[in-house]
Ligand binder design. Structure first.
Ligand code: PLP
Length: 418
């Protein structure tokens, strides 16, 4: 697809309603649990989306990294279409011919032995928590009801009642108690704090290798290796939530690969379903996942043949390594360009691969104000935590498309908001 900016195209038959009318319907009939930018996407290809009024925008969010392989990736769509016409859901009451090959391929990609498929990220996090607790009771010998899991401040692991129980974001918790006990918070990136928090009842440390929703927070160099060593030494599980950081985003298959580290449990989601189906997974050793026996845990849609077929294709695509290499090379290119921006409005630029957080100075305005301005110039970016603009384009982005995005970023970030 050629690179171009916003251009108004004649309405097609499909566009019977304008963007404003769509937004009005959502305002009236949908719960207001999101505050989206005022753009109504009606189709997308690669890094480009088109709205209901025929305007084109570049997607610099990629659905929070769920669309790493691009919108409408034909290679993956072909697999989905093929499977769609065969069989889509059997439930785990029966076997299906897609689950085994998917689990084998994913376990191998992870350098692990076994996979427990779920659907959403939050479900996989819940599954990892259940795994760690049961492992603690059955294998480590923790007294019933005492298992403790250590998490980090600034974490984001999803929205279920148990997961928000250990969120440190007041808004995530407000009005949702009573909360699930059994979690303790330590400072992210601080290995001494983790060491001090581990006791005899501790079963696991759960963390994002780079904190996404917190604003692309990269821990100090060597932290992941220290976490790995400490968890091994103290006999607790290291659970890496790679739902957003994994599957190519950081220029490596997993973010932990940046330090050559393997956790005990990987939690995967988002891009695993290529933005086509919800697909998540807990990946670990046979020994750890053997805490589950039939009837302990499950999901009607978990491991369904449509998702498994898509997931296996995603794994095949990642096994080839080209997306990771792209994310590394083009990420370096983007960082180098961003480094040339001359403005006092930017406090810090950080990230890995094609995952960038641009933190704006408070005096210069909020990230959401900048995102609204970028939207007007054809760039879809989303703010996170007040001051951070997140850039996470689909990994299919080209050098020329990065140049196009950079021109707009430069224009908006180096000039006062008004
Ligand atoms: C998005 C995300 C989740 C939750 O995934 P859902 O599919 O939205 O439930 C969990 N952990 C991390 C790190 C995420 O980025």
């Amino acid at each position: 697809m050629e690179v171009q900016g916003m251009d108004v195209q004649p309405a097609t038959d499909r566009r019977t309603m304008s963007g404003v009318e769509h937004i009005d319907l959502v305002e009236r009939y949908a719960a207001h649990n999101y505050h989206p930018l005022p753009v109504v996407v009606s189709s997308a290809r690669g890094v480009w989306v088109e709205d209901a009024d025929g305007r084109r925008f570049m997607d610099m969010l990629a659905a929070y990294s769920a669309v790493n392989f691009g919108h409408g990736n034909e290679e993956i769509l072909d697999v989905a279409r093929e499977q769609l016409s065969r069989v889509t859901l059997t439930s785990r009451a029966f076997h299906n011919d897609q689950l085994g090959p998917f689990c084998k391929a994913l376990a191998e990609l992870c350098g692990m032995e076994a996979v427990l498929p779920m659907n959403t990220g939050a479900e996989a996090v819940e599954t990892a928590i259940k795994t760690a607790r049961k492992w603690g009771y059955k294998k480590k010998g923790v007294a019933e009801g005492k298992a403790k899991i250590i998490c980090c401040d600034g974490n984001f692991h999803g929205r279920t009642t148990t997961i928000v129980s250990f969120s440190t974001d007041p808004q995530c918790r407000d009005g949702f108690g009573p909360f699930t006990p059994g979690f303790e918070i330590v400072e992210y990136g601080n290995i001494e704090a983790l060491a001090a928090a581990i006791d005899d009842d501790t079963v696991a440390f759960l963390a994002e290798p780079i904190q996404g929703e917190a604003g692309i927070i990269v821990p100090p160099e060597g932290y992941l290796q220290q976490v790995r060593d400490l968890c091994t030494e103290r006999g607790i599980l290291f659970i890496a939530d790679e739902i957003q950081s994994g599957l190519g985003r950081c220029g490596t298959t997993f973010c932990v690969d940046l330090e050559g580290v393997r956790p005990d449990i990987f939690i995967l989601g988002k891009a695993l379903g290529a933005g086509i189906v919800p697909l998540s997974a807990v990946v670990s050793s046979r020994e750890i996942l053997s805490v589950f026996t039939p009837g302990d845990h499950g999901s009607t849609f978990g491991g369904n043949p449509l998702a498994a077929a898509v997931g296996r294709k995603v794994v095949d695509v990642l096994a080839a390594g080209t997306y990771q290499a792209r994310a590394k090379e083009l990420g370096d290119y983007l960082f180098q360009k961003l480094g040339t921006l001359e403005t006092d409005a930017i406090k810090e630029i950080r990230g890995r691969g094609l995952w960038v957080g641009i933190e704006m100075e408070k005096e210069a305005g909020t990230a959401s104000q900048y995102c609204k301005k970028l939207l007007k110039r054809g760039l879809l970016c989303k703010d996170t935590h007040e001051q951070v603009i997140r850039l996470a384009p689909p990994l299919v982005i080209t050098r020329e498309e990065i140049d196009w995005a950079f021109e707009r970023l430069e224009e908006v970030l180096t000039q006062p908001l008004n």
